[in-house]
Design a protein around this ligand. Structure first.
Ligand SMILES: Nc1ncnc2c1ncn2[C@@H]1O[C@H](COP(=O)(O)OP(=O)(O)OP(=O)(O)O)[C@@H](O)[C@H]1O
Length: 250
């Protein structure tokens, strides 16, 4: 049996004396699409960056497809927040997607025919193959997000990490991206996505992980009907509109 795409076990992360994550345990199976939700400062980005190997846990272990450390990072496709990317850089869509392969290429190696073929496949996956030669600055927000997903997919990862992919996008664009993520999961990709779109996550992510420093709940979205869990994770009262947005009553 092949190893799970992600196993996080008892992970703790601190920034100096500030404890950002405590005893986080989480496993994903192949083909799962999991929403990671929690309030501002809950530790979502910290968890993604720790899985990526950018941050080192003070305790616990992380395995991606059964391996850890640098080998684990090579198995991950990462979709950063859109505003973390330099969109005014004068490069083509294809060049951005190609940059997803760079970590796998030895320094100085020129792109080969199979690299271009991998880029084309990834762009076709996100329905952006028609825009291969366009300059990235010309793209809409939704198209930019698709290009970032293609860049993450090009290395055929065991795990896709998405950091708030919906920020600043309109509802129809968000719906199309949810369709894309659902299709990717149905095709065997494994996705862990942080988001503040609670209503969308409740409707479209089959499984939700609620986090605030530690995992507060981990269940199919439709099973998260206990208002207390949402209230304590987000630190809100029974009168909060958050409860209506996730479809529960206090
Ligand atoms: N580089 C850093 N140095 C010190 N503290 C940090 C750093 N990055 C994050 N933190 C702190 O760690 C905690 C978790 O932050 P993190 O960015 O992971 O939360 P988040 O859930 O992604 O928040 P948001 O939804 O606002 O993006 C917060 O208290 C934050 O202030």
């Amino acid at each position: 049996m092949s190893a799970r795409p992600l196993d996080v076990n008892g992970v703790c992360v601190s920034y100096g004396s500030h404890e950002a994550l405590r005893d986080v345990t989480l496993s994903l199976h192949r083909g799962e699409f999991v929403g990671l939700v929690g309030p501002n400062g809950a530790g979502k980005t910290t968890l993604l960056r720790t899985i990526l190997g950018i941050l080192t846990p003070t305790a616990g272990t992380i395995r991606v497809a059964g391996v850890s450390g640098r080998a684990a990072a090579a198995r991950i496709g990462y979709v950063p927040q859109r505003h973390d990317f330099a969109w005014d850089y004068p490069v083509s869509v294809e060049q951005v997607v190609m940059s997803g392969l760079t970590p796998l290429m030895r320094w100085g190696r020129r792109a080969r025919e199979d690299d271009y073929a991998a880029c084309f496949r990834a762009l076709r996956h996100v329905a952006m193959d028609h825009a291969r030669t366009r300059t990235i600055g010309e793209l809409s927000g939704g198209q930019r997000q698709r290009v970032l997903v293609a860049r993450a997919l090009v290395r055929n990862p065991d795990l896709l990490l998405l950091d708030e992919p919906f920020t600043g996008l309109d509802q129809p664009t968000i719906d199309l991206l949810f369709d894309l993520f659902t299709e990717l999961a149905a095709g065997g990709s494994t996705l862990l996505m942080s988001t503040h779109d609670l209503a969308g996550a409740c409707h479209r992510c089959p499984r939700l992980v609620l986090v605030n420093t530690t995992v507060r709940a981990d269940a199919p979205a439709e099973a998260l009907t206990d208002a207390e869990v949402w209230m304590s994770t987000y630190g809100v009262g029974a009168d909060s509109s958050l409860l209506a947005s996730v479809g529960v009553r206090a």
